[in-house]
Write a protein that binds this ligand. Structure first.
Ligand code: HMG
Ligand code: MG
Length: 308
């Protein structure tokens, strides 16, 4: 299949990235990060979670974050909602999109949201119905679509099954998530080939963590399957609190460099994102793991020194 001419990059660093920091990241830093990202041109930023603070204390300030950000017209600010209580928080916070998150692996479903896959779908049904009633966009995220930290191999049929169930709930978009970054391009193509049979290709996204260094290759494989939406995390922030050893999402700077090189439009200013990667890494005292980010930062700094 020909490569798409443009793609949507969903920046998930403020949520998927910062949820995994050991120390609580101050609300003001989260707000500044989100504001800077929307200024750089992201049309969709995953901003917060309305989950149990007992489970993920790092995201306990979701309401304050959402109240503090400057909304950029046309930008979708998404938040995670595991249940109706989360949905009520999201509604009060004026989120544009809610994310229900299930798994293609029973074991991960239990560890992450404390229920079976079937129970999770039952729990999501009223959340999805309430979102429809309030005309909020709904995204469904399918964790462990390319492998599970507890179960290992995840059959493609299990991924297809959850995608079908999310589709039946009325999801506008569905994420195929490689939670622990074990996927390879061949598996990625197999999974997308299968799920595009049951859900429109243009509303599927690739959410790749980079634990085994395969994320960019997997994105390229998904592009070849016609996928047009990808998630990424500035400076490669993150991991998953319920998937030990998993590293962050693929770094946004690396994805933008790839897309620019392929002539695929994103509408996002890479130079600004490189500076944002530097800002957030310094702000939370964490190494910047974006290869393109570090290279472009070094280049920009050395050019500035030469000119001075
Ligand atoms: P539970 O313990 O089974 O449910 O948790 P519960 O109803 O007994 O609730 C426990 C406590 O949390 C209670 O408080 C509730 O009131 C409270 P207590 O009575 O003990 O004082 N509570 C809440 N508080 C605030 N907001 C809420 C909420 N709900 C309950 N919405 C539950 C079940 C689903 C709540 C819990 O397991 C949970 O919050 N899990 C979230 C886990 C999570 O956020 N994981 C990371 C995000 S998923 C991810 O990163 C993957 C993704 O990136 C894709 C990929 O890479 O795979 C999306
Ligand atoms: Mg994730």
């Amino acid at each position: 299949m020909a490569l798409p001419k443009q793609v949507k990059i969903v920046e998930v660093g403020p949520r998927d990235g910062l949820q995994n920091e050991k120390d609580f990241v101050p609300t003001a830093i989260k707000i500044e990060l989100i504001n800077r990202l929307s200024t750089a041109g992201f049309r969709n930023v995953e901003a917060a979670s309305f989950v149990s603070p007992k489970w993920v204390p790092q995201m306990a300030d979701g309401a304050d974050v959402m109240a503090g950000i400057e909304r950029r017209a046309g930008t979708i600010y998404s938040v995670l909602t595991p249940n109706l209580r989360g949905f009520e928080g999201a509604l009060a916070a004026r989120a544009d999109e809610i994310v229900i998150f299930g798994a293609a692996s029973e074991a991960f479903s239990q560890k992450n949201i404390n229920c079976s896959i079937a129970e999770s779908i039952e729990r999501f049904a009223p959340v999805a119905a309430a979102a429809k009633e309030h005309q909020l966009r709904i995204r469904g995220s399918v964790s462990c679509a390319l492998g599970c930290p507890y179960q290992g191999e995840v059959p493609v049929a299990s991924v297809v099954d959850v995608v079908k169930r999310f589709a039946a709930l009325g999801c506008d978009e569905i994420d195929i998530a490689d939670t622990i970054g074990v996927g390879t391009p061949r598996r990625t193509r197999e999974v997308f080939e299968a799920v595009t049979q049951v859900f429109p290709r243009e509303r599927l996204s690739g959410h790749f963590h980079d634990t085994y260094g395969q994320a960019l290759a997997n994105i390229y494989a998904a592009l070849l399957e016609g996928v047009e939406i990808f998630h990424a995390s500035v400076a490669g922030l993150g991991g998953c609190p319920y998937a030990k050893g998993a590293t962050g999402n693929v770094a946004t700077e690396d994805v933008l460099y790839l897309m620019n090189g392929l002539g695929i439009e994103t509408g996002i200013d890479l130079a600004q994102v490189v500076e944002i990667g530097d800002f957030i890494s310094n702000a939370i005292g964490r190494p910047n793991v974006s290869r393109a980010g570090k290279a472009l930062l070094a280049k920009a700094r050395s050019e500035a020194n030469t000119c001075a």
